[in-house]
Design a protein around this ligand. Structure first.
Ligand code: AMP
Ligand code: MG
Length: 408
């Protein structure tokens, strides 16, 4: 533990502490239809070529290119092949099959002429021009070759990945088990949303925002009842949460009279790796290990708890899931749309709205109220503009770095 007065730890060093004790949660098998957003826990290979047969890219006629090259432009139509069916026999000299998009190329045919270049009369078809061998044919295995790795372990499954899994006929896949994340809000002042607010009380917002962040990161939140600022109750709540894969608490990690979380963690024998990070908002963050369980004691201020969750807890959850890239929030260059005042000696993360500008650059509008208690500054914020310590005031039009926390 860094005693008071020690230099503050950099965000990057704190992130390394945050993911170091995290272990994989293991895998489970799910149906491909239920796998959206899950992290793949196996390497998937194609058992066969995709597509499985040469097939037509057009509605038209399957022909022998040599017939047309030899000047034989009127052919006898011997049948039709629709998608899902196969030709009854091979194509002979002077013959054509009417064919639909996706239908297998009949044996003997080596090109498809699109219907727009043909003229049909009874069982005869006139072809307007010669065709190259292979024309308008989608080759077997053109998308995926049998035996090829189509998706690697650690990939997050989106719509395209699910489609590809179906294309290699994987009905069920191994995915990382979602980590159970205990969420504890501490504070005598806190009341649940549907409880009356007696004088001095405020609604507990962190339980809801943090549970949602857990879900968005791929975990399963397990929200505990609000914990009062009493060491015995905090201890009981933390003990009850030890069956989770990770524990996240908010509040009670500062240096106030009623901030008991660190002391209770110490009493429980937790290894506390740090609790002061060079960032604003969110300086007091307790990153610890309670037995095998990683513990994150986040600050109580609603914005601080969300920002420190995104920087420390989200990567820990992504690590537990076996993600190839646990630090997956992208850093981008932005143009500031308004002036930004320098914020002192700690690294600042300013809530901002990042949008693509007509000039092709990303533009950031920093939210006017940056107080760590102003939760509305997170609404609509899809980026955190990063100001390093010692940064001077920045004018509108200046370049800055932003961490994207939502889609642009
Ligand atoms: P603390 O970190 O416990 O000193 O709390 C810092 C500030 O955050 C105080 O103003 C608390 O009232 C507020 N706060 C702490 N926990 C929550 C919570 N769960 N929901 C809303 N505000 C909170
Ligand atoms: Mg408190």
């Amino acid at each position: 533990m860094s005693p008071d007065g020690d230099p503050l730890l950099s965000v990057e060093a704190a992130q390394a502490h945050a993911v170091a004790p995290v272990r994989s949660t293991g895998v489970e098998r799910v149906g491909v239809g239920e796998a959206l957003g899950r992290v793949l826990g196996e390497e998937v290979r194609a058992p066969a070529d995709v597509p499985p047969h040469d097939n037509s890219a057009m509605d038209g006629y399957a022909v022998r290119a040599a017939d047309l090259a030899a000047g034989r432009l009127e052919l006898t139509v011997i049948g039709e092949v629709a998608a899902g069916y196969v030709a009854l026999r091979a194509l002979g000299a002077g013959e054509a099959y009417q064919i639909m998009t996706g239908a297998p190329i009949p044996p003997g045919a080596d090109a498809v002429v699109m219907v727009e270049s043909t003229e049909r009369t009874g069982d005869r078809v006139r072809i307007g021009k010669p065709a190259q061998a292979g024309e308008h044919i989608r080759g077997r295995g053109e998308d995926i070759r049998a035996g090829a790795v189509v998706l690697g372990r650690g990939v997050t499954l989106g719509p395209a990945e699910l489609g590809v899994l179906a294309s290699v006929r994987r009905a069920r896949v191994l995915v990382a088990r979602r980590p159970m994340v205990a969420v504890l809000a501490t504070g005598d002042e806190l009341r649940d949303v549907d409880e009356p607010l007696d004088p001095g009380a405020i609604p507990d917002t962190n339980s809801y925002a943090l549970a949602a962040l857990v879900r968005a990161a791929g975990g399963v939140p397990c929200v505990a009842p609000i914990v009062r600022d009493d060491p015995a109750r905090i201890r009981a709540a933390i003990e009850a949460a030890r069956s989770a894969d990770l524990i996240v608490s908010s509040g009670g990690v500062s240096v106030g009279e009623h901030d008991h979380v660190k002391a209770v963690l110490a009493e429980l024998g937790a290894e506390l790796s740090l609790w002061r990070v060079n960032m604003k908002p969110g300086k007091p963050v307790a990153i610890a290990r309670l037995g095998d369980v990683p513990y994150f004691g986040l600050p109580g201020n609603p914005v601080s708890s969300m920002v420190s969750f995104l920087l420390f807890v989200r990567p820990a959850i992504r690590t537990a899931l076996g993600c190839a890239q646990p630090f997956d929030l992208p850093r981008v260059q932005v143009v500031l749309d308004g002036p930004v005042r320098a914020r002192g000696e700690r690294r600042s993360y300013l809530r901002a709205r990042v949008q693509a500008g007509a000039d092709g650059h990303l533009h950031a509008t920093v939210m006017p109220h940056q107080g760590s208690h102003v939760l509305t500054s997170m609404v609509g914020a899809n980026g955190l503009v990063i100001l390093e310590p010692g940064t001077h005031d920045l004018a509108a039009g200046a370049a800055a770095t932003a961490l994207l926390i939502g889609s642009v």
